[in-house]
Design a protein around this ligand. Structure first.
Ligand code: PEP
Ligand code: MN
Length: 258
């Protein structure tokens, strides 16, 4: 690994409004639907999650979909709905930035900017968000080694932004039983190597509803600072990732258990 590093392992706490992310306990939950689908859907979700407990409301508006024919997200309109929902319940919002052309509008609306798994290797996008002072949620590339992930974070830091939250979301392995293979050893490794806060996404990490609760518990047991969990008012009708999205009741059960 390169000798020169800005992220040395010295502890970094990322502040988002009143939240201090990186303190371990209590965990930060970034929850909400895979995609913002309508104003009603995200408002209903925001109110329900606020009641149950949520620190950051998530919702994709520019969606990286495998098929060009699949729902691509509501774009700026969705961003407005997400913002309105976050404000209605008084919680910060996180959404994915896919294209540098949308960086200004997303940084105006969102409290945390997500760089998705598919863009962890997009070095020009990493440099671009490095020039912001917004918190960045950097998801692990689905085929990224630990070293590559560290260096992706280092890109953002090197261009001036150390407000980085890491997110372990599973990697592709030979095993296709689960959508991805959740690498929980990455949690203490990345904390030691970078000092950055790290959350775990068992929704994309497993793609299996029943595995979300046990993996959420395991993530917190090994020191994760929070969780990203997909929740939908009616998962069977979701426009993306319904199979791995929890109902409000299922989400509540997890929050009560850990
Ligand atoms: C997401 O969180 O909406 C998402 C697309 O996840 P990932 O980039 O980890 O696949
Ligand atoms: Mn999803």
């Amino acid at each position: 690994m390169s000798e020169k590093r800005i992220l040395t392992g010295e502890k970094i706490i990322v502040q988002v409004g009143k939240l201090n992310i990186g303190e371990g306990y209590p965990p930060i939950y970034m929850s909400g639907p895979c995609s913002v689908e309508s104003k009603e859907q995200i408002l209903e979700t925001a109110h329900a999650l606020k009641e149950i407990g949520v620190e950051v409301l998530r919702g994709g508006v520019f969606k990286p979909r495998t098929s060009p024919y699949a729902f691509q997200g509501l774009g700026i309109e969705g961003l407005e709905y997400l913002k309105e929902a976050g404000e209605a319940v008084g919680v910060p919002i996180v959404t994915e930035l896919m294209d540098e052309g949308h960086m200004d509008v997303i940084s105006e609306y969102a409290d945390i900017i997500q760089i998705g798994s598919r863009n962890m290797f997009n070095y020009s996008l990493l440099k671009a968000v490095g020039s912001l002072d917004k918190p960045i949620l950097l998801k692990r590339g689905m085929c990224a080694t630990i070293e590559e992930w560290i260096m992706a974070a280092e890109y953002i830091a090197a261009y001036g932004n150390k407000n980085i939250i890491l997110c372990e979301r599973g990697i592709r392995s030979f095993d296709t039983y689960t959508r991805n293979t959740l690498d929980l050893a990455a949690v203490p490794i990345m904390q030691k190597e970078t000092g950055l806060p790290i959350i775990v996404d068992p929704s994309h990490g497993t793609g299996v509803k029943e595995l979300i609760a046990p993996m959420a518990k395991a993530a917190l047991a090994c020191g994760a600072d929070g969780l990203m969990i997909e929740v939908h008012p009616n998962p069977s009708c979701a426009l993306s990732d319904g199979h791995q999205s929890l109902t409000f009741q299922e989400y509540e059960k997890i929050r009560k258990a850990i």
